[in-house]
Design a protein around this ligand. Structure first.
Ligand code: HEC
Ligand code: HEC
Length: 232
């Protein structure tokens, strides 16, 4: 009884603040319940051990882009993605069943694992593109992407804009194409229209540029040899 009152209040608050415009938001209730909870980092680590099977202990994924880097992502963005996958509002290659595990069904567990993930240092060596068209990529980025994703691709936790700086090129490329073809449907309509005229050249150039944007120093691992100390 009390919990459902809290949930409804949180939901009303989120909607009132306009943080989650219904058109592209995740299933509001599940998300609203999780985003304002304080994460327990230890419990988050326990759950993250499941994720590490694919995303690796550092949360860096693979340079091939098969598994994305999760490390350093804004907690609210991660929560939204997990709820979207669970609610079938985001198609993914390969992790549906994990996101639907009972273990991450509870709002507190979502908050814990997302909080833990946001605290992991990011890879200094993401997969990148050819590096041959970066000036074009930079121009496009500043004109079409920076308004939402931030000048350095840092995103915005409160507005659910993902941090895309230093993410693997091939993963970004795959998501971008799915968004462009409207096969990934959980994205703000503003992005879909911003990219509607992008050619193959534009796409590769802008994504290459993004994969080379550097996360802030305090979020970056000191070297490629860095290992997540929580797994020692
Ligand atoms: C069986 C392998 C596997 C496991 C285990 C797994 N994932 Fe994933 N995950 C993937 C793959 C593959 C993708 C990329 C899907 C795509 O391309 O759409 C992904 C994508 C994601 C994304 C989207 C990233 C983004 O930038 O939008 C998030 C968030 C995520 N996983 C979180 C988790 C969490 C949290 C766990 C543990 C509870 C987990 N994953 C466990 C394979 C896995
Ligand atoms: C109107 C705001 C907006 C604009 C403009 C925009 N985006 Fe996005 N983008 C978003 C939001 C919001 C998401 C995350 C949607 C979700 O899954 O919740 C996103 C997701 C993405 C993703 C997937 C990230 C991931 O981790 O899975 C990529 C790649 C991306 N954007 C690239 C771009 C590029 C490149 C541009 C410019 C050409 C651009 N975006 C312009 C709002 C925007």
């Amino acid at each position: 009884m009390q919990i459902s009152i809290i949930k409804v209040t949180l939901l009303a608050l989120v909607l009132a603040l306009g943080l989650a415009p219904p058109s592209w938001s995740a299933a509001e209730e599940g998300m609203a319940a999780a985003i304002n909870l304080k994460p327990n980092m230890y419990d988050g680590l326990v759950i993250f051990r499941i994720c590490a099977k694919c995303h690796y202990e550092e949360g860096w994924g693979q340079r091939s882009g098969l598994f994305p880097q999760l490390a350093g992502q804004h907690a609210k963005v991660t929560i939204k993605q997990l709820v979207d996958v669970r609610e079938r509002n985001r198609e993914t290659a390969g992790m549906d069943h994990f996101a639907m595990l009972r273990e991450i069904g509870e709002p507190q567990v979502l908050a814990d694992v997302a909080g833990y993930i946001s605290s992991i240092l990011m890879t200094p060596n993401p997969g990148q593109g050819a590096g041959t068209d970066l000036a074009h990529g930079e121009r496009l980025y500043n004109q079409y992407c920076a308004a939402c994703h931030g000048e350095q691709g840092e995103g915005d936790n409160d507005l659910f804009y993902p941090r895309i700086q230093g993410q693997h090129y091939q993963y970004l490329l795959r998501q971008f194409k799915w968004i462009y073809r409207k096969e990934r449907t959980n994205v703000q309509p503003g992005m879909v229209s911003a990219i509607s005229d992008f050619t193959q050249r534009d796409t590769e150039a802008v994504i290459d540029y993004i994969s080379r944007l550097k996360p802030p120093k305090e979020k970056l691992a000191p070297s490629v040899k860095w290992r997540n100390p929580d797994f020692e």
